[in-house]
Design a protein around this ligand. Structure first.
Ligand code: FAD
Length: 292
């Protein structure tokens, strides 16, 4: 199938792009790498009168350290650029490790950080990473700029806090100092497929070797990626070497409601896979924090 006809716009600044989105209303959408939007248009799961292409907007691309210790990644930066970045590898290792799990390299060479986050697929890796690291989203609309925490950004299935005429311009990822460990684990039937279930873990150790930071992210296990906050709270302050990884996995996934059930797996199956992924990620992250 082919997409329904649409009008194509290629603004050269982000201000022009949001002005166009405001003027054209719900008939228009931004297009970045097109790796999610184009298949939806081609399958006629979506029909739009106007596409506003972001690819000429250099101001949306780049990766740099900021004075406040965070790493800024422009929304238009491709996943492939993130994968190659030494800055990301050193300062935001969880993001670096998550990237090769996204689709295939052809997809990653066009797909963007902003597209992945704004599309907000419940089984996608980047939303879970952004939540786990408490990333901050930068948004621009004709009303000005604002910052949205990852926690408030993902507000439902394929839904975010962005207004129709608002663009994600960049994301600030905190860079952790001290002794820490990060891991992502997912299960997909074939390499490159969206995960059936996955987990991210980030832990930090205080001077006494006990956990002073702990974040557990889940994806593929609900309408949006989410954090296992009750489990995190129970683990904070404890000695991670004493925690049983399988217990951590079960605890993080037991209370989940709205676990999807579809032809890829029942809710019960996904929950069990999710628990196993949390346990694996927990072991790896703790191992890294303890032994480097
Ligand atoms: P587009 O497709 O251009 O846009 C997607 C949505 O985001 C649209 O609604 C668009 O309006 C909006 N948008 C884009 N940029 C912005 C912005 N700056 N501000 C506001 N809104 C914006 N993804 C995964 O995470 N994991 C996978 O395993 C995975 N596997 C895939 C396998 C296949 C075969 C394919 C085709 C895709 C797969 N993807 C996967 C999706 C891929 O990562 C997409 O690149 C990504 O979801 C969207 O990025 P994009 O730049 O292509 O966005």
């Amino acid at each position: 199938m082919k997409p329904a006809p649409f009008e194509y716009h290629a603004p050269s600044t982000a201000d022009e792009a949001v002005a166009l989105l405001a003027e054209l209303g719900d008939e228009a959408k931004a297009i970045a790498g097109g790796q999610s939007l184009v298949p939806m248009l081609a399958l006629r799961l979506a029909a739009l009168g106007h596409l506003v292409d972001l690819r000429r907007l250099d101001e949306l691309r780049g990766i740099r350290h900021r004075d406040d210790g965070t790493v800024w990644i422009g929304a238009g930066t491709t996943q492939a650029t993130v994968q190659r970045s030494d800055v990301v590898r050193a300062a935001v290792p969880l993001l670096s490790r998550a990237t090769p799990l996204i689709g295939h390299f052809q997809i990653r060479s066009r797909g963007t950080v902003g597209g992945s986050l704004a599309h907000a697929d419940a089984a996608a890796e980047y939303p879970a990473v952004a939540l786990t690291l408490d990333a901050e989203m930068e948004a621009l609309s004709p009303r000005g700029r604002r910052t949205i925490s990852a926690e408030r950004f993902f507000d439902g299935m394929w839904s975010t806090a962005l207004a129709e005429d608002e663009l994600l311009t960049g994301v600030n990822f905190p860079s952790w100092s001290g002794r820490h460990g990060f891991a992502i684990e997912e299960f997909a039937r074939r390499s490159g497929d969206f995960a059936i279930a996955g987990a991210t873990v980030a832990v930090g150790l205080g001077a006494d070797g006990h956990l002073d930071r702990c974040a557990v992210g889940l994806f593929g296990l609900g309408p949006t990626a989410c954090r296992a906050r009750t489990t995190e709270a129970a683990l904070l302050g404890t000695d991670p070497a004493e925690a049983d990884a399988d217990d951590v996995g079960r605890s993080a996934t037991t209370d989940l409601d709205s676990v999807p059930s579809d032809l890829h797996g029942s809710a019960d199956y996904r929950r069990r896979v999710g628990a196993a992924m949390v346990a694996r990620a927990w072991r790896r992250a703790v191992q890294e924090a303890l032994h480097g």
